[in-house]
Design a protein around this ligand. Structure first.
Ligand SMILES: C[C@](O)(CO)[C@H](O)COP(=O)(O)OP(=O)(O)OC[C@H]1O[C@@H](n2ccc(N)nc2=O)[C@H](O)[C@@H]1O
Ligand SMILES: Nc1ncnc2c1ncn2[C@@H]1O[C@H](COP(=O)(O)OP(=O)(O)OP(=O)(O)O)[C@@H](O)[C@H]1O
Length: 397
């Protein structure tokens, strides 16, 4: 017997980096959103006198020892339960490694859920989140799913009001970006005074320069203090939370769409979740192109429209794009501003190198996928994954 768990990925709809903390991590505020694209983690476990963990994978870049996030999670869970077991974990990699899609973090969460099911035990909710945070800053979000606010170093997570699924294209450039290196690069540009950790009213212009809009301290030529930056992060977390509430109140005024409660399906019409765009090809038998009207009312689209001015951007672009200029070009292709199928929003995910675009319809998403592929960059067609679907589809047959 074994348990197969879909290990879904995430994107960061917005991400603002703050100062380095005493523990070496950076304060940050981010809005996570889970995606249907996934790895598959298979766990088999039985109680034993002595713990023995073994791990296999189809991807040579993934460590198969105690450095693996899934291994760390299994060992940590058994230690907390005071239980010994023989555990075998297999990770079928479909997601990019070092892609900024939280793949390794999601593998850890999936391994925990598979292990609990195999052994017929469960940690308490708080203990799970606490264990997840010891494995990585991005792991706790995968114990919530859907739209998630992340603060602290990203590990303090709160479920936001969920959004109906929306077509998404993920571009997978052939480079890996090291997350610690990207944070260090950010520190260097901040130290040189070229950038500051921005908040709700500041904007990165297309060339990555920070506009000093609505920031008296900077407009006067001053620099932000650490406390000032922290205030901006707090302000941004309020903005993310209020954006999801604001878009819901817009929807509540529409007879066509329903209000989506946290933990509820987030699905306006029954046919949206049947897109199964979690496979590598992103193929689907269904013709989804008639969904334009429903999608036009989608709360996530409303958030993207209203949110960009309010800080829905990723600070990492300012350090990653200058190092990998081709990524800026890929973002332009995802955006497709001059095409008939423009993105509503496109950005780097996490520290990259994956980029994503969100689209009004599957037809627009397919056109964007073709634009990116025509330039020789792999592009996957997928959809955002609301919380209810996240949990409903997690355990594979
Ligand atoms: C870039 C993001 O993916 C955005 O969602 C995350 O912030 C990264 O999360 P993650 O991969 O789970 O990161 P962790 O495994 O916790 O940390 C890896 C390394 O990234 C840096 N790190 C990570 C998170 C954070 N808030 N500040 C940091 O400085 C640290 O050098 C740390 O040693
Ligand atoms: N289960 C795992 N899957 C993939 N990589 C792992 C795993 N465990 C440890 N690693 C190591 O972690 C590194 C980064 O992995 P991952 O693919 O999660 O990066 P990422 O997508 O950039 O994550 P994030 O979005 O959290 O920054 C890899 O280079 C690999 O050496």
């Amino acid at each position: 017997m074994s348990t197969r768990v879909r290990s879904f990925s995430k994107i960061n709809l917005g991400l603002a980096i703050g100062p380095v903390r005493g523990d070496g991590f950076h304060a940050l505020t981010t809005m996570y959103q889970t995606l249907a694209l996934h790895d598959v983690v298979t766990v088999s476990a039985k109680r034993a006198a002595v713990t023995a963990i073994s791990l296999t994978t189809n991807d040579a870049r993934v460590p198969v020892d105690g450095r693996n996030t899934a291994w760390k999670m299994v060992a940590g869970c058994l230690a907390r339960l005071g239980m010994a077991a023989e555990v075998e974990v297999h990770i079928e990699k479909r997601l990019p490694v070092q892609g900024g899609m939280g793949a390794g973090s999601a593998n850890a969460a999936a391994a925990l859920l598979g292990l609990e099911r195999e052994l017929g035990v469960a940690l308490g909710e708080a203990e799970r989140l606490e264990l997840a945070a010891t494995v990585g800053s991005d792991v706790p979000l995968f114990l919530i799913g859907g739209a998630v606010l992340g603060v602290g170093r990203g590990e303090l997570v709160t479920s936001l009001r969920d959004f109906a699924a929306i077509p998404c294209v993920v571009a997978v450039p052939g480079v890996g970006v090291s997350t610690p290196a990207a944070f260090r690069d950010w520190d260097a540009v901040v130290a040189r005074g070229e950038r500051f950790a921005r908040g709700a009213n500041a904007h990165l212009s297309d060339d990555g320069t920070v506009a000093k809009m609505g920031h008296p301290e900077l407009e006067a030529g001053g620099t932000l203090t650490s406390a000032g930056i922290r205030d901006r992060l707090e302000e941004l977390s309020l903005v993310y939370s209020s954006l999801s509430v604001r878009t819901e109140s817009v929807k509540a005024g529409s007879a066509k769409t329903g209000v989506v409660e946290p933990g509820a399906s987030g699905i306006v019409r029954g046919d949206l979740p049947e897109w199964d765009l979690g496979n590598k090809q992103g193929s689907s038998d269904r013709d989804q192109d008639g969904m334009l009207d429903d999608l036009a009312e989608n709360a996530l689209l409303a958030l993207v429209r209203t949110g960009i001015g309010d800080g829905l951007q990723n600070d990492f672009e300012a350090v990653v794009f200058p190092q990998y200029p081709s990524l800026r070009e890929t973002k332009r292709q995802l955006m497709g501003s001059d095409s008939g199928s423009p993105a509503l929003y496109a950005a780097l995910s996490g520290s990259g190198s994956a980029l994503f675009g969100l689209y009004r319809s599957m037809a627009d998403a397919r056109a964007a996928q073709q634009r990116v592929q025509a330039s020789g960059v792999e592009a996957l067609l997928t959809a955002t994954l609301p919380r209810d679907d996240y949990w409903r589809r997690m355990f594979a047959e």
